[in-house]
Write a protein that binds this ligand. Sequence first.
Ligand code: MN
Length: 375
Amino acid sequence: MEKRKVKIVDTTLRDGEQTAGVVFANREKVRIAKFLDELGVDQIEAGVPIMGGDEEEAVKEICKAGLKASIMGWNRPVIKDIEASLACGVDAVAISISTSDLHIEHKLQSTREEVLEKMVKAIEFAKKEGMYVSANAEDASRSDMDFLINFTRAVKEAGADRLRYCDTVGILDPFATYEKIKTILGKVNINIEMHTHNDFGMATANAIAGVKAGANYVGVTVIGLGERAGNAALEEVVMALKHICGIDLSFKTELFREVAEYVSHASGRELPAWKAIVGSNMFAHESGIHADGALKNPRTYEPFRPEEVGLDRQIVIGKHSGTAALKAKFAEYGIHLGEYQAKEMLAIVRSHCVSLKRTLFDKELMYIYDDYFGK
Ligand code: MN
């Protein structure tokens, strides 16, 4: 698996912005695109040009920004959509249609035959214009497998460069994902992008399962922004590929925290302390046993180094702290605590934490020290 190249397609600016209540200013969109490019993202889905106005303008500006990444516009299988994308200067288009009977009957109010026909026509048009084409099977995870395979064959024959396999409402688990992707690849030799949603908290796991089954593109968003519970998170997928699957994409991962903060701010969505990979608690140790271990050798309680994602290690003094952490904390201020002193201080620290219902600031620790030992 180590030698495999997996490409990352970021859709923070399209699916991410589709999150109910989220809107980016155009300058923020351009800034985010630049960050994504610097991180090492292969393709940026920049928006939906047919919407016109600011959306179209933002895609144009991103195309003109001179980025290394491929820039993709999102489209329905409609010629005027694709023309709007072309007019922005993108080099790639995503052409999207639902493949599940549920969507075909109730949303599109159409037929499987019509879906195939529209898609093939749109792809042929985009290919004639020299575009890279992602054929998106929306709601693929709830689609009839035989029809999905026919769809995949048809889009490949029409010239599509890859299939975007969408778990639109996030109902897969990693085992089902693996089986489904294996089944498609067993029938059609095609590049597959995983586009997974997090409704049951499995977006990243499902994306990784798809890669293990042979998918070679993963669609992500920064901090997992996206429709409802969001998408697979960029930072989670890249770090899981690197540290769990042994696929190092050589991303500038040390920017992850900074980019997460920027997108969090621009989207008005908080960045929880417990957020995987980039949350402020990722390298914060409070409990006595953990802090003692982390002080002796950080690898005991850290899956990778904090610097790798732009975070710092913190030994937090709280109710669950032990004497080792307390001694280390005071040593930072040049105060040597003996074992007996540390034990006595710890009892006072713990009772403060319980009554305040929180951890203590360094300054508060110093006050406790002064009160206890006098000056
Ligand atoms: Mn989506």
